[in-house]
Each structure stands twice: as structure tokens, then as C-alpha cells.
Design a protein around this ligand. Structure first.
Ligand code: SF4
Ligand code: SF4
Length: 472
């Protein structure tokens, strides 16, 4: 029985409710009147229900789809402006006791080189990331109670925050590790993590159990209810995501939004971010064996529909996607991207040789961070290395209320300029620096408040003279 307030996975992701939603959406895919009313509701920027959103996803009227795309772009700009936040993944260990059939780290894979970073190696990776210009990381590790216990993850977080190389610093560490207990979420919270990220992979229980034949991850309820435990543990920024390609995308989309509704209904705070990974080729993994792959157009449609349905949630696209695809979806509401990523353990300090493939997936966008930063600016986006909110205590419902009232933009925009300036001073190529400085000049004019603009000018001058880490 569908109940968004329930703490049971099979009630807040009720299978029959998802199927009814898909039938409803198919039935109304050409219902112009209903679609217009849903678009009009979305334009109020307060979000849509999973049923309404599913109708937009199924919509077969091209001119209405175009309207959704335009609205997605508008909503992103109204909430977050033209900044795109940058991050990088950091792989700590690929030891894993799970058996996810789509991931090369599955325990039966004997080809892959198993690696786990020592604290010295973590420090080397962090210095390499700082030297690229990164300030925000997403930690990744397989599930392994003896190789990667929570104590190891906590030690790595401590090491990461402690490294200050030249002007570098990692100011926000997001964590993507296996579903765990409330007690361990409390420990992560105390270690000062930003967002706790856990991809559902698929919400379809039967498929989920088949795709995860053994290991603790096999337990659908344990995995699906993890965000509730994280929130009980005091982590109020959580990141959702599904791995598109495993199951029918319309099923995943509806269930993903049901999960967001559930978090809002129970905890009063929806997801901080939603990621939209698609399955990729990797060692021992052939994406062609999964028959639910989606085209780039469908992928774009999913991004736009998520954006108009949960307008205050950050949306993340990684280097799994090519430059061309990222170009296609950036104007449809993406607010955060990775750049210069290495998806192997230890790959920043020492890029691994071809034959020693320990990467979790093939990276499609192989450009350097500097190239990505320049490319963003060429398209009118301000690359941002901002980490201000979590450090200013703007998390959970505090963040959401600022976001929903569209006030967060008053922080995002000037912070983007300040952190871009730091990047230009410390890490950019001459060409990127020149382009960035011109962009900052132009963007400063757009700050509506004289007080904030003057303060931003003052901070920019201080950065020029060597000071760092200003924020609104
Ligand atoms: Fe392990 Fe995660 Fe890969 Fe599954 S997806 S095999 S849990 S690293
Ligand atoms: Fe993100 Fe907050 Fe910075 Fe905006 S001000 S970019 S929401 S951390």
C-alpha cells in the first residue's frame, strides 16, 4: 500500500503505485490540456508530484516537450543562476564484498587490480587534486567490513581536511559509501561530511535483487531505507541517484521522485542532490548486456523533467558523459559537474597504465579541469568552486528554505566569482585566466545589491593580494 510517510521501502516505493503511474502517464501522453496544466504548475517553481512529472516524461507532443526544456533552463537560472559547481571523485578502495553485476569491483572479478589507499597515498591524491584546483570531493569506496571499515573512511576524511598544499584546501568532502547503520552515519556527520550520497541503482525490487545476487547490498530494504537512517543520524543533506540502463527509465524516474517525496514527507527536507549516471563500459562489464539503455535524447528529457519536478535540488552529471552530452544537458538544469576525474584508485597522483585497469567505469569526458572550466565559460556558465553553505551551517531545511525562496542565488553568484578568482590566480592556464577575469568583471555588474557587490569587489582584491577563502 503506497504511503510516502512510511519508513518501509516497499510502502514509500510501492510497486503498484509506480505501475499505476506509468499507465496513467501513457494514457495522458497526448492530453494537451492536462500537459498544459502540469507545465503551468511547474512554472510556479514549487515542484510536481511523481504522477505529474511522469506525464511530462511520457509526453508525445513535441512543442510541449520544448516548453519543458525552456522551463527547465529558466528554473535552473532562477534558483541557482548561471553557476555550475565543480567537484571530483576520489576513489579510496575498490575492495568490495558485493556482487553488483554492472560494476567491475564486484567480488568475483579476479582481473581487476585491487587497491586501497594508505593515508600517505590519500595525501598524495589530495595534493594532486588541490594542484588541479579542486575544493570539493566525492569519496568513493567499495563495501568491505575489514578492508574499508568506517574507521578507515573517517581516517581518510581527517587526512583530506588536514592537507593544505600551497593555497589549496579541500573544503567539502561528500561521501558515497555503502548503506550503513545510524551509528555510523552519526560518525560521518561528526567527521564533517557534506552530502551523503547513495545511488539506488534501481528501484525495481525484483531487478534489484537479481542485479545484486549476494552480499549485504542484496537487501533491497536495507539499501532503500538508508537515507532515512542517514537523516536519523543527523546527516541532513543526502544525494539520490539511479543508474540508468538497468531497468526501464520511466519506472526509475517515477520511483526516484517518490523517494524525494518520501524524504520531504518524513524529514521535511527533500534530497540535496540527484545524480543521473548511465551505465558505462568497464573491466568485465559490457553495457550492451543491459537492455534498458537510454538514448541521449531520452537522457536529456529525464534531466529536464527532474529539474522542473524538484526545482530546489542540485542535479549532477559526471564525466561518465561525453562533452557533447554534457553540452546538451547543461542548459536543462544541471547545477554540478565533475571535471578532470580519474575513476581508478590512486589515479590522480599516478594515472594507471592501460593494462592495469582498476577504474570503476570508462570516463567519456577526458578533458583537464582547466579545459572544462574554459568550456563552461565559453557557454556562459560561471564555474564555481564554492563550498560555502555547509561551512556556514546552511544545510538541511535551512538550506532548503533559502533555496525555495530563491535567496540562495544571492550567495551562489558572488561565491562563484570569488572561488573562480581563486582558481584563476592559482591554477588556470593564461588563456583561461584571461577569459575568467573578463567574465568576473561582467558578472559583478549583475549583483543586484550594492552592498554585496562592493563586498565582492573588496574580497576579489584581497584574493588578488594573496588572501583566500572568502564567502557569503
Ligand atoms: Fe561494490 Fe559499489 Fe561496485 Fe557494488 S557498485 S560492486 S557495492 S563498489
Ligand atoms: Fe552551493 Fe551554497 Fe555555494 Fe550556492 S552558495 S554554490 S548552494 S555551497
Amino acid at each position: 500500500m503506497y504511503n510516502p510517510q512510511s519508513l518501509r521501502a516497499d510502502e514509500f516505493i510501492d510497486h503498484s503505485e509506480v505501475l499505476d503511474t506509468l499507465s496513467y502517464a501513457t494514457e495522458h501522453a497526448r492530453d494537451a490540456e492536462l500537459i498544459d496544466s502540469i507545465i503551468a504548475k511547474a512554472a510556479q517553481k514549487k515542484g510536481l508530484t511523481h504522477r505529474e512529472a511522469s506525464v511530462l516524461l511520457a509526453c508525445e507532443l513535441p512543442e510541449k516537450v520544448e516548453q519543458v526544456y525552456r522551463l527547465a533552463n529558466q528554473i535552473k537560472h532562477d534558483f541557482y543562476g548561471n553557476r555550475i559547481v565543480m567537484f571530483a571523485p576520489l576513489y579510496l578502495s575498490n575492495h568490495c564484498i558485493n556482487s553488483c553485476v554492472y560494476c567491475p569491483y564486484h567480488s568475483q572479478n579476479k582481473n581487476i587490480a585491487r587497491k586501497k589507499l594508505s593515508q600517505e597515498e590519500v595525501a598524495r591524491e589530495v595534493i594532486a587534486l588541490q594542484d588541479m584546483g579542486h575544493k570539493r570531493l566525492a569519496l568513493e569506496a567499495g563495501e568491505h567490513p575489514t578492508m574499508n571499515p568506517i574507521e578507515y573512511i573517517l581516517e581518510c576524511i581527517k587526512t583530506i581536511y588536514s592537507i593544505k598544499h600551497k593555497n589549496g584546501a579541500i573544503r567539502r568532502v561528500n561521501v558515497n559509501i555503502a548503506a550503513t547503520t545510524v551509528e555510523e552515519y552519526v560518525m560521518l556527520k561528526d567527521a564533517g561530511i557534506g552530502t551523503y550520497i547513495l545511488f539506488q541503482e534501481t528501484y525495481h525490487k525484483q531487478s534489484y535483487e537479481k542485479l545484486h545476487p549476494a552480499g549485504p547490498k542484496h537487501d533491497y530494504a536495507w539499501h532503500t531505507e538508508a537515507m532515512d537512517r542517514a537523516m536519523q543520524g543527523g546527516i541532513d543533506d543526502v544525494g539520490l541517484g539511479v543508474l540508468f540502463g538497468l531497468e526501464g527509465y520511466r519506472y526509475e524516474f517515477a520511483a526516484l521522485l517518490m523517494h524525494a517525496e518520501h524524504l520531504e514527507a518524513v524529514h521535511g527536507v527533500g534530497p540535496h542532490t540527484i545524480s543521473v549516471p548511465r551505465i558505462r563500459r568497464a573491466d568485465d562489464i559490457n553495457p550492451d548486456v543491459f537492455d534498458n539503455g537510454i538514448s541521449d535524447d531520452t537522457f536529456a528529457r529525464i534531466c529536464a523533467c527532474i529539474r522542473v519536478s524538484v526545482p530546489y535540488t542540485g542535479m549532477i552529471v559526471s564525466t561518465r558523459e561525453s562533452k557533447a552530452v554534457r553540452e546538451k544537458v547543461l542548459p536543462l538544469g544541471i547545477s554540478q559537474i565533475s571535471g578532470g576525474s580519474r575513476t581508478s584508485v590512486g589515479g590522480y597522483y599516478e594515472p594507471e597504465p592501460e593494462e592495469d585497469n582498476s577504474a570503476q567505469f570508462d570516463v567519456s569526458d577526458r578533458r583537464t579541469l582547466d579545459e572544462v572550466v574554459r568550456w563552461l565559460m565559453e557557454q556562459g556558465h560561471v564555474p564555481s568552486f564554492c563550498t560555502a553553505c555547509y561551512r556556514e551551517g546552511r544545510t538541511g531545511d535551512r538550506f532548503m528554505s533559502l533555496c525555495k525562496s530563491q535567496q540562495i542565488l544571492n550567495c551562489c553568484h558572488p561565491n562563484a566569482l570569488l572561488t573562480l578568482k581563486e582558481y584563476l590566480q592559482d591554477y588556470a592556464s593564461p588563456q583561461t585566466r584571461q577569459m575568467g577575469l573578463a567574465m568576473i568583471e561582467q558578472e559583478l555588474k549583475k549583483i543586484p545589491s550594492d552592498k554585496v557587490r562592493n563586498k565582492a569587489v573588496e574580497y576579489l582584491a584581497a584574493i588578488e593580494s594573496g588572501q583566500r577563502d572568502f564567502r557569503f
